[in-house]
Design a protein around this ligand. Structure first.
Ligand code: NDP
Length: 322
């Protein structure tokens, strides 16, 4: 049977990584394209998924047998806090339209993308797949978090009422080429990469907010892309699955900064502004289920992945999302 894989959000950080993996891994290999497969990477210009008519048109045009649904309104802390209703409503609309179109067009399999931001604020760590709904999310991003949680609720409802093969992935913090480097709105790695770049270019100090001590789990977008391909081929369970490096692979913001300084060959003055807030010290997520299901997975070493990402940013500064 011919397979058509539609990737919504195909032009974003994760979508571009999937495209890279599909284009560079050998055809027929574990993470490569299969000979009978066509992959479509859709952007918002191909159809605004907040609109049911445009979503249906996209499905009618490509007739996807499989969908990896990445499209979302994504933003940093500031934007999430300021536009809570927009984050709630746009993401509810996008997700509802994609899930319903996947049902009406008889899509064989749909994988949607959640985030570890959806987990409860007050929770016992490490996070695991059973804790998604066990308390309210942090109030700073409750719009985004509730919209994403509803995908899991809908996946269960579509399965129970109509037998649909819908599931979801929960990645931790993602970084890689094609990230959003907008200084007002970027996640921590792209924001620091951009700041360091400007400090080097302008001969100014590189000042990092906070103490540098908090720990985070970061996943390289191209590793995440491989895990999505694995899910597409192997994972047929409605329950979500956390896609992350292990808890023992947390890195501190200081380690992130050191790696950026090295990759950027920045030789100027660099320091931490400890008057600025740090955020939560750590919020580890367990990848036990992933490793149990997959057997093993070779994650790209953090420094190597960061080096690729920094070099991409420097080479593509003029066209990157800044
Ligand atoms: P990006 O912001 O890089 O990309 C978003 C993508 O969604 C773009 O392709 C964009 O299209 C598309 N999109 C946005 N709005 C619409 C719309 N109304 N209709 C159609 N397409 C739309 O996101 P990421 O790649 O970072 O995120 C991918 C997924 O991963 C998301 O679901 C996100 O919630 C999740 N995630 C991200 C994390 C991170 O650290 N970045 C962490 C955990 C989860 P266009 O280019 O045309 O604007």
């Amino acid at each position: 049977m011919a397979t058509v894989v539609l990737v919504t959000g195909g032009t974003g950080l994760v979508g571009k990584a999937l495209e890279h993996i599909i284009e560079t891994e050998p055809v027929g290999s574990k993470y490569g394209k299969r000979p009978n497969e066509t992959w479509i990477f859709a952007s918002s210009a191909d159809g605004d998924l907040r609109d049911p008519a445009q979503t249906n048109k996209l499905y009618e045009k490509y007739k996807p047998t499989h969908v990896i649904h990445l499209a979302a309104l994504v933003g940093g802390l500031f934007k999430n806090m300021k536009y809570k209703l927009t984050f709630l409503r746009d993401n509810i609309l996008i997700n509802d339209n994609v899930l319903h179109a996947s049902y009406t067009h008889k899509t064989v399999k749909l994988i949607s993308c959640l985030s570890t931001c959806v987990f409860p604020d007050k929770v016992e760590y490490p996070l695991d797949e059973n804790k998604v709904h066990s308390g309210p999310p942090h109030e700073s991003n409750f719009g985004y978090a509730h919209a994403k949680r509803m995908v899991d609720v809908q996946n269960h409802a579509y399965k129970e009422e109509f037998g649909c093969n819908f599931t979801s992935a929960i990645p931790t913090n993602i970084f890689g080429p094609h990230d959003n480097y907008d200084l007002e709105d970027a996640h921590v790695i792209p924001a620091l990469v951009h700041k360091c770049y400007l400090a080097k270019k302008n001969g100014t100090p590189f000042i990092v907010s906070g103490t540098g001590k908090p720990l985070r789990q970061f996943i390289f977008s191209r590793d995440l892309a491989k895990l999505f391909v694995w899910m597409l081929r192997e994972y047929d369970d409605v329950e979500p699955i956390i896609l992350s490096v292990g808890e023992d692979e947390e890195v501190s913001i200081k380690e992130v900064t050191d790696a950026i300084v090295k990759a950027m060959a920045f030789e100027g003055h660099y320091s931490f502004d400890t008057t600025k807030a740090d955020g939560q010290f750590r919020k580890p997520a367990s990848n036990k289920k992933l490793i149990e299901r997959m057997g093993s997975f070779q994650f790209t070493p953090f420094e190597q992945a960061l080096d690729i990402s920094v070099k991409w940013f420097v080479e593509n500064y003029d066209t990157a999302r800044t």
